[in-house]
Design a protein around this ligand. Structure first.
Ligand SMILES: C[S@@+](CC[C@H](N)C(=O)[O-])C[C@H]1O[C@@H](n2cnc3c(N)ncnc32)[C@H](O)[C@@H]1O
Length: 221
């Protein structure tokens, strides 16, 4: 879809205020990649990627979270102490970078496309060189359904990465992790298309529209 058609589709669906906000956010995304010389932008279809595992048909295409909107979200929401963030379907790693640059102690991304994992790891190296600091970021190649959540992980981020089938498996993983190690957690679901899956298992704390985008915040019960 070309730029004008994209703007027109957004105007129809989201109205003028949210569309203007999205345009402003896209400019900030461009600025992020320009500033660090990273590659975090551009939507990529799963058809154009190699995928590890059996859940390709359940997955969403790559599209990055808007940087400005995510930064504002992090400033607005209460997070558990000593936050360690997991991005389920981390793509090119933009959320991992933003989180650690905004003071989150550690970030882990799970991604089933080896090509995207490579780009994400390269982005981390580029930002480390640009900032002169080692960032505590790991990118793990694999399907989220095979990932075992670690005891220190307490902020779970999902940008509508997959359908209800895989989301239900991730919810089960989080619940099992909480049974093993009870702790305060936050789940951030951005573009919450399958929120009924989370509504049944966690406490809905708040909904946010930031930069024209919708996020839902859940906590453990
Ligand atoms: C909408 S993008 C979000 C990217 C990143 N989280 C962000 O917010 O910038 C969704 C990502 O999830 C990945 N994905 C989808 N299903 C997955 C699965 N079952 N296991 C691992 N990654 C998956 C896709 O390859 C894609 O990169």
């Amino acid at each position: 879809m070309n730029l004008l058609a994209n703007i027109w589709a957004n105007l129809q669906e989201k109205g003028i205020t949210r569309t203007l906000s999205i345009i402003f956010n896209r400019m900030f995304d461009f600025h992020f990649d320009f500033k660090y010389k990273t590659d975090t932008r551009n939507r990529i279809s799963l058809e154009d990627l190699t995928v590890t595992g059996e859940n390709k048909e359940h997955g969403s295409f790559y599209q990055p979270t808007m940087a400005l909107s995510f930064n504002r979200l992090l400033a607005a929401i209460p997070l558990p102490p000593e936050s360690v963030l997991v991005d389920f379907g981390c793509g090119k790693g933009r959320v991992l970078l933003l989180a650690v640059l905004r003071g989150i102690k550690k970030a882990v991304g799970i991604e089933f496309s080896p090509e995207l994992c490579e780009i994400a790891r390269n982005n981390v190296r580029i930002v480390e060189q640009a900032t002169g600091s080692i960032l505590d970021i790991s990118v793990i190649e694999g399907d989220v359904t095979h990932y075992e959540i670690e005891d220190d992980q307490n902020v779970f981020f999902l940008f509508n990465p997959f359908d209800d089938v895989v989301l239900a498996a991730v919810v089960k993983n989080i619940q099992e992790s909480l049974q093993r190690k009870p702790r305060e957690i936050a789940i951030i679901y951005y573009n919450p298309v399958h929120s009924h899956i989370l509504d049944n298992s966690f406490l809905l704390k708040n909904r946010y529209i930031i930069g024209g985008e919708e996020y839902v915040l859940y906590a453990d019960r």
